[in-house]
Design a protein. Sequence first.
Length: 161
Amino acid sequence: MERVALFPGSFDPFTLGHLAVAERGLEMFDRLVVGIGVNASKAGLLVPERRAELIREVFAGHASASEGRVEVELYEGLTGDFCRRRGIRHILRGLRNPADFIYEHDMEMANARIFPEITTVALFTPAEYIPVSSRLVREIITMGGDPAGFLPRGIDIKKFL
Ligand code: ADP
Protein backbone atom coordinates (compact mmCIF):
# COMPACT_ATOMS: atom_id res chain seq x y z
CA MET A 1 0.00 0.00 0.00
CA GLU A 2 1.24 3.46 -0.87
CA ARG A 3 2.24 5.48 2.18
CA VAL A 4 1.05 9.08 1.95
CA ALA A 5 1.41 11.84 4.54
CA LEU A 6 -0.10 15.26 4.73
CA PHE A 7 2.40 17.98 5.72
CA PRO A 8 0.04 20.76 6.80
CA GLY A 9 0.91 24.33 7.69
CA SER A 10 0.55 27.99 6.86
CA PHE A 11 3.83 28.04 4.87
CA ASP A 12 3.79 31.85 4.77
CA PRO A 13 6.38 31.39 3.33
CA PHE A 14 7.87 27.88 3.02
CA THR A 15 11.35 27.98 4.61
CA LEU A 16 14.50 25.86 4.82
CA GLY A 17 13.06 24.44 8.05
CA HIS A 18 9.96 23.24 6.24
CA LEU A 19 12.16 21.77 3.52
CA ALA A 20 14.19 19.83 6.11
CA VAL A 21 10.98 18.29 7.47
CA ALA A 22 9.63 17.52 3.99
CA GLU A 23 12.90 15.88 2.87
CA ARG A 24 12.93 13.61 5.89
CA GLY A 25 9.24 12.89 5.38
CA LEU A 26 10.04 11.76 1.84
CA GLU A 27 12.41 9.16 3.29
CA MET A 28 9.52 7.71 5.31
CA PHE A 29 6.57 8.11 2.96
CA ASP A 30 6.06 7.38 -0.73
CA ARG A 31 4.29 10.70 -1.30
CA LEU A 32 3.72 13.95 0.55
CA VAL A 33 0.80 16.27 0.19
CA VAL A 34 1.84 19.73 1.36
CA GLY A 35 -1.44 21.21 2.55
CA ILE A 36 -1.71 24.97 2.92
CA GLY A 37 -4.36 25.65 5.52
CA VAL A 38 -6.31 28.69 4.41
CA ASN A 39 -7.78 30.83 7.13
CA ALA A 40 -10.00 33.47 5.52
CA SER A 41 -9.75 35.75 8.57
CA LYS A 42 -5.89 35.78 8.54
CA ALA A 43 -4.42 37.70 5.63
CA GLY A 44 -0.75 36.71 5.97
CA LEU A 45 2.10 38.01 3.81
CA LEU A 46 1.74 35.83 0.71
CA VAL A 47 -1.72 35.03 -0.62
CA PRO A 48 -2.31 31.27 -0.39
CA GLU A 49 -2.06 30.66 -4.15
CA ARG A 50 1.41 32.31 -4.22
CA ARG A 51 2.51 30.17 -1.25
CA ALA A 52 1.52 27.12 -3.29
CA GLU A 53 3.42 28.36 -6.36
CA LEU A 54 6.55 28.91 -4.27
CA ILE A 55 6.39 25.37 -2.84
CA ARG A 56 5.78 23.86 -6.29
CA GLU A 57 8.85 25.71 -7.56
CA VAL A 58 10.95 24.34 -4.66
CA PHE A 59 10.06 20.76 -5.51
CA ALA A 60 10.13 21.20 -9.28
CA GLY A 61 13.77 22.26 -9.08
CA HIS A 62 14.62 19.96 -6.25
CA ALA A 63 16.65 16.75 -6.10
CA SER A 64 15.15 13.97 -8.19
CA ALA A 65 14.32 12.07 -4.97
CA SER A 66 11.16 14.18 -4.75
CA GLU A 67 10.29 13.80 -8.43
CA GLY A 68 6.53 13.59 -8.72
CA ARG A 69 6.19 12.66 -5.04
CA VAL A 70 5.12 16.05 -3.69
CA GLU A 71 1.75 17.59 -4.32
CA VAL A 72 0.66 21.00 -3.05
CA GLU A 73 -2.94 21.82 -2.21
CA LEU A 74 -4.91 24.51 -0.42
CA TYR A 75 -7.57 23.50 2.06
CA GLU A 76 -10.03 25.13 4.41
CA GLY A 77 -11.36 23.79 7.67
CA LEU A 78 -9.96 21.09 9.92
CA THR A 79 -6.78 19.33 8.85
CA GLY A 80 -8.29 15.98 9.86
CA ASP A 81 -11.33 16.56 7.62
CA PHE A 82 -9.00 17.29 4.71
CA CYS A 83 -7.13 14.04 5.43
CA ARG A 84 -10.41 12.13 5.43
CA ARG A 85 -11.50 13.66 2.13
CA ARG A 86 -8.17 12.60 0.62
CA GLY A 87 -7.98 9.22 2.39
CA ILE A 88 -4.71 10.23 4.11
CA ARG A 89 -3.89 8.61 7.44
CA HIS A 90 -0.65 10.33 8.47
CA ILE A 91 0.07 13.93 9.41
CA LEU A 92 3.70 15.11 9.35
CA ARG A 93 4.83 17.97 11.57
CA GLY A 94 8.14 19.47 12.70
CA LEU A 95 9.32 20.16 16.26
CA ARG A 96 11.83 22.90 16.94
CA ASN A 97 11.51 23.51 20.66
CA PRO A 98 9.36 22.88 23.75
CA ALA A 99 6.78 25.44 22.63
CA ASP A 100 6.27 23.53 19.37
CA PHE A 101 6.01 20.31 21.37
CA ILE A 102 3.25 21.63 23.63
CA TYR A 103 1.26 22.97 20.67
CA GLU A 104 1.74 19.85 18.56
CA HIS A 105 0.86 17.55 21.46
CA ASP A 106 -2.39 19.43 22.08
CA MET A 107 -3.25 19.22 18.38
CA GLU A 108 -2.36 15.52 18.26
CA MET A 109 -4.58 14.76 21.25
CA ALA A 110 -7.52 16.64 19.77
CA ASN A 111 -7.05 15.02 16.36
CA ALA A 112 -6.66 11.55 17.86
CA ARG A 113 -10.05 11.94 19.51
CA ILE A 114 -11.89 13.27 16.47
CA PHE A 115 -9.98 11.34 13.79
CA PRO A 116 -8.75 8.12 15.47
CA GLU A 117 -7.56 6.59 12.18
CA ILE A 118 -5.01 9.39 11.67
CA THR A 119 -1.50 9.12 13.14
CA THR A 120 0.63 12.22 13.64
CA VAL A 121 4.35 11.87 13.06
CA ALA A 122 6.50 14.69 14.46
CA LEU A 123 10.15 15.02 13.45
CA PHE A 124 12.85 16.86 15.34
CA THR A 125 14.32 19.77 13.45
CA PRO A 126 18.03 19.52 12.57
CA ALA A 127 19.80 22.01 14.86
CA GLU A 128 20.81 24.41 12.09
CA TYR A 129 17.15 25.02 11.19
CA ILE A 130 15.82 25.58 14.71
CA PRO A 131 16.09 29.41 14.42
CA VAL A 132 14.30 29.43 11.04
CA SER A 133 10.64 30.42 11.03
CA SER A 134 8.16 31.89 8.59
CA ARG A 135 7.53 34.69 11.07
CA LEU A 136 11.21 35.65 11.05
CA VAL A 137 11.21 35.66 7.25
CA ARG A 138 8.09 37.86 7.19
CA GLU A 139 9.71 40.30 9.63
CA ILE A 140 12.89 40.52 7.54
CA ILE A 141 10.83 41.22 4.42
CA THR A 142 8.66 43.80 6.18
CA MET A 143 11.82 45.60 7.36
CA GLY A 144 13.21 45.66 3.83
CA GLY A 145 15.86 42.95 4.38
CA ASP A 146 16.86 39.93 2.30
CA PRO A 147 15.62 36.61 3.74
CA ALA A 148 17.29 34.41 1.07
CA GLY A 149 19.45 32.62 3.67
CA PHE A 150 16.31 31.21 5.31
CA LEU A 151 14.62 30.11 2.10
CA PRO A 152 15.21 27.11 -0.16
CA ARG A 153 17.99 27.73 -2.67
CA GLY A 154 17.00 29.68 -5.76
CA ILE A 155 13.75 31.07 -4.37
CA ASP A 156 13.28 34.75 -5.13
CA ILE A 157 10.63 35.76 -2.65
CA LYS A 158 9.88 39.03 -4.49
CA LYS A 159 8.23 37.01 -7.25
CA PHE A 160 5.62 35.75 -4.80
CA LEU A 161 4.77 38.91 -2.84
P1 ADP B 1 1.42 26.33 11.40
O1 ADP B 1 0.75 27.68 11.32
O2 ADP B 1 0.47 25.19 11.15
O3 ADP B 1 2.32 26.11 12.58
P2 ADP B 1 3.82 26.63 9.84
O4 ADP B 1 3.89 26.88 8.38
O5 ADP B 1 4.37 27.68 10.73
O6 ADP B 1 2.31 26.31 10.10
O7 ADP B 1 4.55 25.26 10.17
C1 ADP B 1 4.19 24.04 9.59
C2 ADP B 1 4.97 22.90 10.26
O8 ADP B 1 6.35 23.07 10.02
C3 ADP B 1 4.82 22.87 11.78
O9 ADP B 1 4.84 21.52 12.20
C4 ADP B 1 6.02 23.60 12.28
O10 ADP B 1 6.39 23.20 13.58
C5 ADP B 1 7.03 23.12 11.27
N1 ADP B 1 8.13 24.06 11.16
C6 ADP B 1 8.11 25.38 10.96
N2 ADP B 1 9.36 25.89 10.92
C7 ADP B 1 10.19 24.84 11.11
C8 ADP B 1 11.61 24.69 11.22
N3 ADP B 1 12.43 25.72 11.15
N4 ADP B 1 12.06 23.44 11.39
C9 ADP B 1 11.23 22.40 11.50
N5 ADP B 1 9.92 22.47 11.45
C10 ADP B 1 9.39 23.67 11.25
